[in-house]
Design a protein. Sequence first.
Length: 132
Amino acid sequence: LRANHFSCERMRPKQEANLTGAWRDLEETCETALRVSREVASHIDGGAGVGIYLPLLRQQLDLAEEVRSRIARLGGIGPDRCDSGRQDEGRQRVIGHLVELLDLEQSNQTMLSRRGARITAGPRLATAAIGA
């Protein structure tokens, strides 16, 4: 083994638990982001005004940043390098969540565009402006 090579055999139980916990935290954040994205879709589809879904869009942006941060914290040490079935199952669920989140994001943007809303994202804030 090279000095910087990751090895599950050499991982202490506490480190393995931390890695499993990190994947579980990422999965929970993805689930929250999915719930918010579905809520946004429901409001947009139902014809709600921008004041109803704008706070949700901001929350969605914060959750997207949290997902990115949690992925970065995993530091490239994914469960695919281990034989842990629990971690692999968690990884597969996270992948599914991320695919669904991307689909919902595209769908929400399409619905907003049809309503004349324009979404712009700054470094810390997403805003929606209804075209006049």
